[in-house]
Design a protein around this ligand. Sequence first.
Ligand code: MF3
Ligand code: CO
Length: 251
Amino acid sequence: MIVLKSAREIEKMKKAGEILASVHRQLSSLIKPGITTWEIDQFVENYLKKSGATPEQKGYKGYQYATCASINDEICHGFPRKEPLKNGDIVTIDMVVNYQGGLADSAWSYGVGDVSDTAKTLLDVTKKALYIGIEQAQPGNRIGDIGHAIQTYVEGEGFSVVREFIGHGIGAVIHEKPDVPHYGLPGKGPRIKEGMVFTIEPMVNVGTHRIKMDNNGWTSSTEDGQLSAQYEHTLAITKDGPVILTNQDEA
Ligand code: MF3
Ligand code: CO
């Protein structure tokens, strides 16, 4: 069942989204060669506490950290760790913020120091794929229109879209209906309606879309060891179109 949200609920999720956006803005200057994803996770947890918010991922299905930190060929659900990031790495930091019961979810990929041309292109294409998906999140369209637009663009750039992890409705809990794949056919899937709140979060790989699972039970990486990136926003659908609740641009 897809739960439609009231204006009041969306307002609370927007507050969570503003805090989350502010975390990512700070991470973009904090992330440099030498910092560890462990330190980043601590920074996020402290900042959320100071803001009166909590890290919703901590304790979710036994997950132990405020953030997911996925480095290079890791696609998602990497554990924060005490090994310094190196010049040329890329890292995706993903988190869900809870502010007074309102949730928001946003992942962002960062280049560490100077990254390769391939990494730069991957980051650009993945971010653009997110915004191309958001453009399709219009009332009256179908969920499949989003994935189709993303897949067409990404594959046209010579990269691939991960299938196993998808966007999702979000509300009282992190994962609700609808499922929002980043691939598929236009005109398929549920009709997009005012009051829906869901994420779009394409994971894009340089090589194969296939994944392998780490034996920690959480972290997935590209099967061929090539790079993967991800950008994610939480959106509320209004009658005038999507509103990005985790928007990082200054108003
Ligand atoms: N933020 C992730 C998502 O986009 C959720 C991760 S669940 C966790 O769906 F437990 F790994 F944190
Ligand atoms: Co998500």
